[in-house]
Design a protein around this ligand. Structure first.
Ligand SMILES: [Zn+2]
Ligand SMILES: [Zn+2]
Length: 336
């Protein structure tokens, strides 16, 4: 098998923040101990990729192959790999490595590891024809999803799911601010579990509001409007700091606001009244492998359907621009 592989592969490469990605021919990666060589079938485009390109996440390895919603097939196996064989379909998420020894790993919070490796940030990711990944951070994927449909499950789904979990005791009335890739997945999970979903989009974005209603939201409107009922919890997926006080105002006494993004614009000052009465504000960082196992088992039982727009790998810059402009319904997925 190995000698049938090409010697080079195409990838979209980031050299510097603020510059477009470049389509380049790179040497074929080879799997080290514990690693899988994966022939990429689809890779989702995530808002985090925009934060990396825009320099808002400041420590990417450079040059870098972005992409942490990777779906592919095992094309080679390093020494010491168990549980995977050539041809298996696998998914690779943002969490690509942890040290297993820091206080956070030892307390079961590996998402907060002191020495993490993130896919498409510290480790080359999936905007490429091939990639390598530590098999301990790769997952078998549920049947019933095409490669492109499975891609958004791996970050929008996983991080979205962790965001929902951190909203605490099951919220009956759940607000979701920012109705993109994560929201469209998590709205289905919440509706499937019996919640009433209130979708809050960019003001005037009727298309996103219609999309939310089609996915089962009982109410959809602009984030400048108050939802029709006080919320038990609110999830924020838009990278807009101004939504924090807006969401706190929308939740009832004791309600929870969870911010699911890795970066957000500055949060404006707000009155203590908005936090008073035991409202809770928290952020989500990364994911644990347990989150991945739970969510990938749960998604087909709802069943979560993903809305994707497949695009050729070479059009990654266009896909990113459309995400930036809010012109995607669901998620862009690059197909090498
Ligand atoms: Zn650790
Ligand atoms: Zn992501």
């Amino acid at each position: 098998m190995a000698n049938q592989l090409p010697k080079t592969m195409q990838a979209m490469v980031m050299h510097r923040a603020g510059e477009p990605l470049r389509l380049e021919e790179l040497p074929m990666p080879s799997p080290g101990p514990g690693q899988l060589l994966i022939k990429v079938a689809a890779c989702g485009v995530c808002r985090t990729d925009l934060h990396i390109i825009d320099g808002e996440l400041t420590r990417p390895k450079l040059p870098l192959v972005l992409g942490h919603e990777i779906v592919g097939h095992v094309a080679g196996i390093g020494e010491g790999v168990a549980g995977f064989k050539e041809g298996d379909r696998v998914g690779v998420p943002w969490l690509g490595h942890t040290d297993g020894t820091c206080p956070y790993c030892l307390m079961g919070r590996e998402n907060l590891c002191d020495n993490p490796g993130f896919t498409g940030y510290d480790i080359n990711g999936g905007y490429a024809e091939f990639t390598v990944a530590d098999h301990e951070y790769c997952f078998h994927l549920p049947d019933g999803y095409s490669d492109a449909e499975a891609a958004p499950l791996l970050c929008a789904g996983l991080i979205g799911y962790r965001t929902l979990k951190l909203a605490g005791e099951f919220p009956k009335r759940l607000g979701i601010y920012g109705f993109g890739a994560a929201a469209h997945i998590i709205a289905q999970v919440a509706v499937g579990q019996g919640a009433e979903v209130y979708a809050l989009t960019r003001p005037g974005d009727g298309a996103a509001q219609d999309f939310a209603r089609r996915l089962g939201a009982v109410w959809a409107g602009g984030s400048d409007e108050a939802p029709s009922e006080p919320l038990d919890a609110a999830l924020i997926f838009a990278p807009v700091g101004g939504l924090i006080p807006v969401a706190l105002k929308a939740v009832r006494k004791g309600g929870t606001v969870v911010s699911g993004g890795i970066h957000m614009s500055e949060i404006p000052a707000f009155s203590y009244d908005l936090l008073w009465e035991e409202r809770v504000l928290k952020s989500v960082a990364n994911l644990t492998r347990a989150d991945a196992e739970e969510f990938l088992a749960l998604a087909p039982t709802i069943p979560v359907r993903t809305s994707v727009e497949p695009m050729p790998l070479a059009e990654a810059n266009d896909a990113l621009q459309r995400l930036r402009d809010g012109k995607l319904e669901g998620a862009a997925v690059l197909i090498p």
